[in-house]
Structures are given as C-alpha cells and as structure tokens.
Design a protein around this ligand. Structure first.
Ligand SMILES: Cc1ncc(COP(=O)(O)O)c(C=O)c1O
Length: 381
C-alpha cells in the first residue's frame, strides 16, 4: 500500500510548462535559463570526463570543490567552515532541503513556513510526519512580520524555514530581519533551514544577508545553495548544504543511504570554475539588466511590476487587464497570447487574492522582447 503522506498533486511548473508546449507559447514560467552555461565551464566538464572522473565521487563531494566553497564562504561572509566536515555536495538544492528536514524532524514537530513558499517545502515537512505552521508574507512588499512569528511559536516548534532571495516574490531579507531571527531561534532553541539558492542574484546595490554571516543563527542551521541556479545549469542538478559539524554528521548519515554521492565530473569542473570570483560577482548586473528589460516589456502591455530585489523572477499585477483568478488568467494568457507564466496562488496553502503572475527573466534578451511583443499585441489590441 502507498503511504499517501503528501497530496499527489502535479506541481504547477509541470502543468504550466506542458500547457506552454502544447500551445507553442514562450515559456516565462518555470525557472530555468534558455541559454547555456559559460563555455569555460562546459570545457572543464569535458576535460573532467576525458580525465577519468567517471566513477563515484566521495559521498560528501569532491574535496577541492568543498574547499572552493569554504573559500567563498570566508571571503563573502567571513565564515570559517571546515570543508571536510561542514559541506556536502548534493544532487540539487531540493534534495538538500529534503535531507535537512529529514535530519531534524520527528512526527508531531511544527515548522514555521512563510507563504507564498517554494513548492517542495510543505511536502517535505508532511512526509516527515511534521506540521507546517503558515505565516503569510506581508503584501505588497512580502516582508516578514516578526511579531506574528513570535506568536506562532509553540512548544512543538522545531524549525523556521527562510528563503532569500525569495521565490516566487523576489523579496530579500535585510540585516534587521536576520537579527530578529537570531533573537527568536536563540530564545526558543530552534533549527533554521535557510534556502539561499539565488544567493548572488540580488539587485540595486543590495547585499545578500546569508545565515553564514550570523554565527548565532548558523550554529543550528542548514544553509542550502544550488549551482544550477547560479551557473545556468539547472539540468545538472548540483547543489550543496553547509551546516555545523554536529548537524552535518546527521545529514551525511541520511545522504549516504540515499544518493550516496552525486555527479563527479561536474564537481571537478565547478571546483576550478568557481575559483574565478567574477563568475559569481557578475551575476547581479547580468540579471538586473534582464529584469529591467522584462519590466519595460510587460509594463508596455499593461501589467504593473511589483518590486523584484533578487532571484530571477518578478511578479506582475494584472488587475488592470482582467479580474480572473490567477490560474485562469495564466492559462488563458498561455493559450491565447502565447506567453506562459506561473500563478502565485499555488504557492499558498489557502486561497489567496494576489492578482499577480510570476515571470522568469532568465531568458535571452530576444526571448524577453518576443514575449513582450506578443503580450502587447494581445492586451493592447
Ligand atoms: C527557492 C528554491 N529553492 C530550491 C530550489 C531547487 O534548486 P535545485 O534545482 O538546485 O534543486 C529552487 C528551484 O527552483 C527554488 O526556487
């Protein structure tokens, strides 16, 4: 008999991408680039394959890659981590999140989740027999109301999950948010899952506030990253988790009987590639230009841009174009205007009244312009 611990609903990404394919729509829905990774990185992967890195990697990952990650954590966040015992390379960020939650949660535990939330969080909590306690991000800036967090904490609360830069709202946490978080987790002795997969993609001169910068939070945290998101290679499904030694030991115990290890030659390539800091520091500027291009296209079609401070998404309010609910509007837009986007309501546990769609601007400039033209033709005529 199947366990049926989670609702077996198809994710909204599958639904909308399928619809976009059926109607030859330009897919600005699912979060992946339509351009290739840097040629240097591709060459390094080929080199690693030719150099014989074709068998199992060490369970925790190729050590020089873990060393490059430790070096990055030190230079960006002044956080000294032990590459041998505090980093694990994982098959993507999603896997790292699942493994971290499975490491910590027992049936009956409660986990604070901010909504809208990336769609793997709640199934990961439920599958472990724990209970999500939802707190909505405040509209329209999608910030956290920390008093609501204090009020939601019970004797069963085990963990708080944060995500910055945030998918789907593109909000980012600032240093005062991290101070509030620190006060709460220390007072109640809670774990933190910090999803930082869009780490370097942050705009308008803002700085990413990683949990790695805050030793008082990091001591009970799992911090999750994704190479796929950062280096335009989502299909390689390679990410990593950083956690203090005692937590990482438990995480590794689960990982070794699940994936055991991940794609070896990609790790070898990334170890060299990420040593060049520019590969990372150039991303803000690269994506900010794409954000601004998409925004000018969509505002020309009658959408209202909500602020996008990070990630490769932006929400656009469509109230002046239609009073449909967001799922119907997104489907009709895909079918009739030929542009796919993601409705926001599936990121909530309850019905939401946000009249906005999430658009992904990790696309070639010509794709963004072509989508803009289609939307202008459809909504302006
Ligand atoms: C907020 C967030 N966390 C985690 C992930 C998963 O990353 P990966 O593709 O490395 O599993 C995604 C992917 O869309 C995401 O948006």
């Amino acid at each position: 008999m199947l366990k049926g611990k989670i609702p077996g609903k198809e994710t909204i990404f599958t639904t909308m991408s399928q619809l976009a394919r059926e109607h030859q729509a330009i897919n600005l829905g699912q979060g992946f680039p339509d351009y290739d990774p840097d040629q240097t990185l591709i060459n390094l992967v080929n080199e690693a394959m030719n150099n014989g890195y074709n068998q199992y990697a060490p369970a925790m990952g190729y050590l020089p890659l873990r060393e490059s990650i430790a070096q990055k954590s030190k230079s960006l966040y002044h956080c000294e981590i032990d590459p041998q015992q505090e980093v694990c390379i994982t098959p993507g960020g999603t896997y790292a999140i699942y493994t971290a939650l499975t490491t910590v949660l027992h049936p009956g535990d409660e986990v604070i989740v901010f909504e809208p939330a990336y769609d793997s969080y709640v199934p990961d909590i439920l599958i472990n027999g724990a209970k999500p306690v939802f707190i909505p991000l405040s509209y329209p800036d999608f910030s956290i109301d920390w008093d609501r967090v204090r009020n939601a904490i019970s004797g069963k609360t085990k963990m708080i999950m944060i995500n910055s830069p945030h998918n789907p709202t593109s909000s980012v946490l600032n240093s005062s948010d991290l101070k509030e978080l620190s006060e709460i987790v220390n007072r109640h002795d809670l774990y933190v899952l910090s999803d930082e997969v869009y780490e370097p993609i942050i705009f308008d001169g803002m700085k990413h506030e990683s949990v790695l910068k805050y030793p008082e939070i990091f001591k009970k945290s799992f911090v999750v990253f994704s190479f796929g998101k950062v280096y335009h290679c989502t299909g390689w499904k390679t990410g990593y988790c950083i956690a203090p030694k005692s937590l990482m030991k438990e995480f590794a115990a689960i990982h070794q009987f699940n994936a055991f290890c991940c794609f070896h030659l990609v790790q070898v390539a990334l170890a060299t590639f990420m040593k060049n800091e520019k590969t990372f520091s150039s991303l803000s500027n690269f994506y900010q230009k794409k954000r601004d291009l998409l925004s000018s296209q969509l505002t020309g079609a009658g959408f209202k841009a909500l602020p996008s401070h990070g990630s490769f998404f932006q929400l656009f309010d469509y109230s002046s174009l239609s009073d449909e609910d967001d799922l119907s509007f997104a489907k009709n837009m895909t079918i009739h205007a030929g542009v796919g986007a993601i409705p926001v309501s599936p990121f909530y546990s309850q019905k939401s009244n946000v009249h906005a769609l999430r658009f992904c601007f990790a696309k070639k400039d010509e794709t963004l312009v072509a989508a803009g033209e289609r939307l202008k033709n459809y909504f302006r005529n």
